[in-house]
Design a protein around this ligand. Structure first.
Ligand SMILES: Cc1cc2nc3c(=O)[nH]c(=O)nc-3n(C[C@H](O)[C@H](O)[C@H](O)COP(=O)(O)OP(=O)(O)OC[C@H]3O[C@@H](n4cnc5c(N)ncnc54)[C@H](O)[C@@H]3O)c2cc1C
Length: 285
């Protein structure tokens, strides 16, 4: 675990799971919590580096492993955050744990968001629901660095209580990030727009030749965002999607996450739309 995307190449190898303690649990939205994990081995903890958009495999002995994006600031040291929705074996068991309990993790794995390649550009981060978890690290990174010209976050959720990290929006805005939210269904307290996150896109893309789109959410939503951005003049190579596929090994051995000629654990999860547009149109892939 010595550098971004280097778990597979590290001396310990990609299979080595490291013990970690849960140091904090923050409830986010219904069924979703953020876990602050501290790797127990001090040397491993100090060496651990990840890039925004990468994921770890969280392992609960006797139960299994799940791929979970790292949601904390890549510049942060000490604890590593994961925002997790309880949906199955591992994530339900994780939700039953408390502070001080032990989990295991290996990683980081996968390709990152291109946050190092956006100097002078207008970055538009488009998130559907929990997709924002994979982008929070990029938001924190870009807000701190300011190498890009602007950062806009467009976040859509089914209902207002599904908007992720809502308590952080003021801090993001104070750092110069523009944040717009939209919901599919309003409640009586909601005063914002109602619709799809794609409805927000038109206003967020000023100069299409300077726009870089980072999108994460359900596949149909991502295709809709990508096609809408391209329709407004953004190059397909400047649209990046983070794909979620069922995966097990995280090192391109098991084939579970195969996507045409790609393995999402190795070649993704972040991929330029130009590379995957044709594959995204084939339902069987
Ligand atoms: C790169 C990557 C990053 C991810 N980041 C996060 C994250 O930050 N937070 C988070 O909560 N989840 C994230 N996920 C999703 C998470 O890995 C799955 O929900 C995981 O399977 C949950 O494990 P489980 O054992 O609790 O559920 P399981 O018992 O394995 O699965 C429950 C049900 O969901 C289905 N399923 C499992 N995984 C997937 C999948 N990836 N796509 C479609 N269906 C699936 C299963 O077939 C089953 O029906 C990510 C997935 C990937 C590939």
């Amino acid at each position: 675990m010595s550098g971004p995307s280097s778990a597979a190449a590290s001396r310990e190898g990609p299979w080595r799971a490291h013990a970690a303690r849960i140091r904090g649990i923050t409830p986010e939205t219904p069924g979703v919590q953020t876990y602050e994990l501290e790797v127990e081995d001090v040397l491993v903890r100090d060496r651990y580096r990840f890039a925004a958009g990468q994921f770890n495999m969280l392992y609960l002995p006797g139960i299994g492993e799940a791929a979970i994006s790292v949601s904390s600031d890549p510049a942060g040291r000490g604890t590593i955050a994961h925002t997790v929705r309880a949906v199955g074996n591992v994530t339900d068991a994780l939700a039953r744990l408390g502070r001080g309990d032990q989990v295991f993790l290996r990683g980081p794995f996968g390709t990152p968001w291109p946050v190092g390649e956006v100097t002078g550009r207008d970055v538009v981060i488009v998130a559907g629901g929990l997709g924002l978890a994979s982008q929070r690290a990029a938001i924190l990174c870009l807000a701190a660095g300011r190498a890009c010209r602007s950062v806009t976050v467009l976040h859509g959720a089914k209902t207002p209580d599904g908007l992720l990290y809502a308590r952080e929006y003021d801090t993001w805005r104070a750092a110069g990030v523009v944040v717009h939210t939209i919901v599919n269904e309003a409640d009586r307290f909601w005063g914002g727009p109602v619709g799809l996150v794609t409805d927000l896109l038109a206003h967020a893309i000023g100069d299409p030749s300077a726009a870089t789109i980072l999108c994460c959410g359900p596949d149909p939503m991502m295709v809709g965002v990508a096609e809408a951005a391209i329709g407004r003049g953004v190059a397909a190579s400047d649209v990046f999607l983070s794909l979620e596929r069922n995966m097990a090994c995280a090192v391109a051995h098991c084939g579970l996450c195969q996507f045409g000629p790609l393995f999402i654990c190795r070649d993704g999860p972040v991929l330029p739309y130009a590379r995957i547009a044709a594959l995204m149109r084939i339902p069987q892939v």
